[in-house]
Ligand binder design. Structure first.
Ligand SMILES: Cc1cc2nc3c(=O)[nH]c(=O)nc-3n(C[C@H](O)[C@H](O)[C@H](O)COP(=O)(O)OP(=O)(O)OC[C@H]3O[C@@H](n4cnc5c(N)ncnc54)[C@H](O)[C@@H]3O)c2cc1C
Length: 619
């Protein structure tokens, strides 16, 4: 007859096997990583981008795995991972349950309880920043987050089965009322069940108030772990929870102390408003990063406790392009309008990008600030000669004024490409520009202000500066150099004297005082216009409000970086690009919204080409 010890052994074995399945998954993805690194290393060493052992098989699986059939569900590869975990949880929950016995309910209840506890450390490993699973598989904790969230729900379901069966069993043996009164474990169990449910449900609403979500999740998770040790779990299981507690405490302590140590003395950052975005350039020499990495930034002037993740938008400077939303990012933009610098604490670097230098042909597609992910990859590829022979850089923005976010980097990358003999195509789409076909003051301004037609001289802000004309000897200098009252001039980065190319678009700011910033976009070379603009800036007329709100590229005037108006068809873009692939496997990277990511995934699956796809998002 089976004994209690035998039952306990069964539960242990089933739980270990469940952990084993998770371990096997990690091992499998680790193997894929080793294989990919080997292939990439071989290609780079021998300059043979078309070399792809098991190419047909790989393409076959990729075409299945990349697909995302249903918008609200993850892609097939992720569904497979979640399916394996869910299936393993069911199999090991029911293993050796003898339904013929009267105590099967108790047995199954204990088993599901065990399983939910053993899964806790793995789920917590997935959420901490430097996790071993990420290191082995080469995925950032951001990319592994879907397993963390699914794991949370799995633990909740197992805990629910455990609780419900235990309640039914106790009711059947007529012991529920008594145990509820006398047993701490039962009452603690109810509290834990509720807490776990709250953690899972609140995660689904995290976008409604992210900061609140983060704080409450940390507190609820600590409360859950501590309560379960002291009020519910048998001693044999507590080790798993201690392990979980140790993991998140160490991660929090380590991250916070590293952030403090790395940021002494506190770095300063230049903050510049760029339309709806803020460029943050951190002055530091002791931080290294790779293309595609992100860091958390904390700005004490704005908040002492909130740090937000942003991708480093350049390979050369520690720079972030922050699109303003409603909370911290909005405050940052407002701050940038009145202040030029701020103190900043940087916590990172996290995440990584695949090595795109191994492909002969690369397509980088970004939406809005998603270019912070693809631009450094673009720069990285063009730093030295690699396997890459052709790059198509696609960037989808709302308004062409955003081109200024990365114009300098794109310009430099294009120069490098020319030197290296790499064929580069840059396609920029301004999706909202169509709406601006009408005179801008009618479309952009609120109805009340639009009635006041701006005076033509307001357009004096649009001019080009040839670097030679910027020298202090020129008579225009007093208007634009700091010596002249409050006006300061921020010259274009790395000026290339007298250089002319199709990418020559210069941006500069005239700071009237710390509270007023005028941004100018250059279109044509005209020193006279510049002088007018500077004079105008000294004594801003009343129409200032109109100018500030209404300033947009106007019909008929184009920036030097060519762009198209309107929304591109992503499937057509991809099909056009891959229709010719003389260099073998194509490396493709997308960073943008979930809806477009789905289009990219499904289109890639319909092509018959060998494509490696990497999708990144800021959700
Ligand atoms: C790995 C990663 C890299 C990113 N890189 C960039 C970038 O280069 N440029 C850029 O403009 N944005 C980037 N983001 C998004 C950026 O972190 C959020 O837009 C920003 O934190 C919003 O702050 P807020 O207080 O203004 O948000 P709110 O207006 O309060 O919320 C807007 C949205 O941002 C999300 N959000 C809020 N706080 C956070 C947070 N701490 N972590 C993650 N998401 C949050 C919310 O869920 C919500 O969906 C990145 C996000 C991640 C996860």
């Amino acid at each position: 007859m089976p004994t209690r010890a035998h039952d306990s052994n069964c539960h242990d074995t089933a739980s270990y096997m469940f952990i084993g399945v998770m371990g096997l998954l990690v091992f499998f993805f680790g193997l894929i990583r080793v294989w990919s690194c080997w292939v990439s290393g071989y290609r780079l060493r021998t300059s043979t981008p078309s070399h792809r052992p098991l190419g047909t098989l790989t393409s076959f699986f990729r075409r299945i795995n990349y697909r995302q059939p249903v918008a609200v569900l993850p892609s097939v590869d992720r569904l497979v991972v979640l399916g394996i975990l869910g299936f393993a949880a069911i199999i090991f929950s029911f293993a050796e349950v003898e339904f013929a016995k009267s105590t099967w309910m108790l047995f199954l209840s204990i088993r599901t309880g065990y399983m939910s506890v053993v899964a806790v450390p793995t789920i917590l490993i997935l959420v901490i920043k430097f996790n071993i699973i990420g290191k082995i598989t080469g995925h950032s904790n951001q990319q592994l987050n879907y397993i963390h969230r699914f794991g949370g729900w799995l633990v909740f379901i197992l805990a629910s089965v455990h609780s419900i069966l235990r309640i039914i069993y106790l009711i059947q043996i007529d012991d529920f009322q008594e145990r509820l009164k006398t047993s701490f474990a039962i009452r603690g169990g109810f509290a834990l069940w509720g807490l776990l449910g709250w953690i899972c449900i609140s995660s689904e609403f995290r976008h409604q108030g992210y900061e609140f979500f983060l704080v409450q999740k940390l507190l609820s998770s600590f409360a859950f772990l501590i309560l379960s040790i002291f009020f519910h779990l048998p001693k044999a299981c507590a080790a798993y929870i201690f392990l979980g507690l140790a993991l998140i405490s160490t991660d929090q302590l380590w991250r916070r102390s590293r952030m403090l140590l790395k940021n002494i003395p506190c770095s300063r950052a230049m903050i510049e408003p760029f339309g709806e975005a803020t460029k943050v350039t951190v002055e530091t020499s002791h931080i290294d990063w790779k293309a595609g990495q992100h860091a958390y930034i904390l700005i004490p002037e704005l908040s002492l406790f909130q740090s937000h993740p942003f991708t480093i938008s350049s390979r050369k400077k520690l720079e972030f392009m922050v699109l303003s939303k409603h909370g911290f990012t909005r405050k940052l933009l407002d701050h940038a309008k009145v202040s030029v610098t701020c103190r900043v604490l940087v916590d990172g670097m996290y995440g990584h990008a695949p090595n795109f230098k191994q492909f002969g042909q690369v397509m980088l597609i970004a939406v809005s600030t998603g270019a912070s992910y693809t631009v450094p990859i673009f720069e990285d590829i063009l730093q030295s000669l690699s396997c890459v022979r052709r790059i198509h850089f696609v960037w989808i923005i709302k308004l062409s004024e955003s081109i200024g976010w990365y114009s300098e980097t794109l310009k430099n990358a294009a120069y490098s490409a020319r030197k290296l003999g790499v064929d580069v195509k840059i396609s920029i789409y301004a999706t909202r520009e169509r709406e601006l076909e009408k005179p801008y003051y009618q479309t952009i301004l609120p109805a009340k202000l639009a009635k006041k037609k701006p005076k033509p001289h307001l357009q004096g802000y649009i001019f080009t500066v040839n670097e030679l004309e910027l020298s202090p000897e020129e008579d225009v200098a007093p208007y634009i150099y700091p010596s002249s009252r409050n006006i300061a001039f921020t010259p274009p980065r790395q000026p290339q004297l007298g250089h002319k190319s199709s990418f020559e678009t210069e941006y500069f700011d005239l700071y009237l005082s710390r509270s007023q910033t005028f941004r100018s976009q250059s279109i044509k070379s005209n020193v006279g216009d510049m002088r007018n603009a500077a004079k105008y800036a000294i004594t801003p007329p009343k129409e200032h409000a109109i100018q500030e709100r209404g300033f947009r590229p106007i019909k008929g005037q184009s920036l030097d970086i060519p762009y198209k108006k309107g929304r591109p068809s992503i499937p057509d873009l991809i099909r056009d690009e891959v229709s010719e692939s003389p260099y073998g496997e194509i490396g493709m990277c997308f960073c943008g919204s979930a809806a477009l990511a789905r289009q990219v995934r499904n289109t890639v699956c319909t092509t018959q080409k060998q494509i490696f796809l990497h999708v990144e998002g800021f959700d």
